[in-house]
Design a protein around this ligand. Sequence first.
Ligand SMILES: NC(=O)c1ccc[n+]([C@@H]2O[C@H](COP(=O)([O-])OP(=O)(O)OC[C@H]3O[C@@H](n4cnc5c(N)ncnc54)[C@H](OP(=O)(O)O)[C@@H]3O)[C@@H](O)[C@H]2O)c1
Length: 240
Amino acid sequence: MTANKAAKGRLDGRIALITGASRGIGAAIARRFAAEGAHVVLTARTVGGLEEVDDAIRAAGGAATLVPQDITELASIDKLGAALYQRFGKLDILVANAGSLGTLSPVSHIEPKVWDEAFAINVTANYRLIRSMEPLLRQSDAGRAIFVTTGATRAPRPYWGVYGASKIALEHIVRTWAAEIVKTPIRVNLVNPGPIRTAMRAKAFPGEDPKTLRHPDEIAGTFVDLAETACSRHGEIVDA
Ligand SMILES: NC(=O)c1ccc[n+]([C@@H]2O[C@H](COP(=O)([O-])OP(=O)(O)OC[C@H]3O[C@@H](n4cnc5c(N)ncnc54)[C@H](OP(=O)(O)O)[C@@H]3O)[C@@H](O)[C@H]2O)c1
């Protein structure tokens, strides 16, 4: 497997791992990164969704590798790191986008299963991605890591407790990591997408007209800005 040679773009020849790429924001980032010349490695559980994204990327002349994976199976993250090292010897870009809303409910009513799953996806899996991918990002001349947070961390919002708490934990761990590696060439940031037309948003706001929201394609450029070698931002939460 080689990086996509046909395309010329802002991410030409870069190797990018994108989690949660089967639909929504992750799928849009995958299509845009491939159009910018990156070879994208895409993970999620839904094989059909990954294949649809792959079809669109190939039709546009890009290149993708699909890795169906439940990100809560933490050993699979380590295995992916080893496979990326064997194939590419490095990772240029990590986009840790996979996320879970959990269930909107009063804190006292949150089901333990929902709490555990939200923290497993939004926090623990991302810590394990950092642990597994930092050595690979260090092999890149300009490693970039981008995590996806939410405006729900800015102030407590009734019924959004498990989502807000898990995403603020994510922000803390990512900004701590950023401070630790500030002297390396790796640049690490978080993106707050704002309200975007996806399945997760529809679950949170079922009565909302999706047409009033931005499409995921409209925010993919923010991720390109933070992924390219020229990016100097570090440890920030960037509004898309
Ligand atoms: N949409 C918004 O308005 C909005 C606003 C603020 C922040 N965000 C954040 O943006 C990110 C993307 O959200 P979205 O709106 O695009 O949501 P989405 O359409 O529900 O997509 C979520 C993605 O995460 C993947 N995922 C979930 N659980 C997983 C698991 N256990 N293992 C592997 N992959 C898993 C899903 O893939 P599978 O189901 O195929 O596994 C899917 O590709 C999330 O981090 C979310 O918190 C979204």
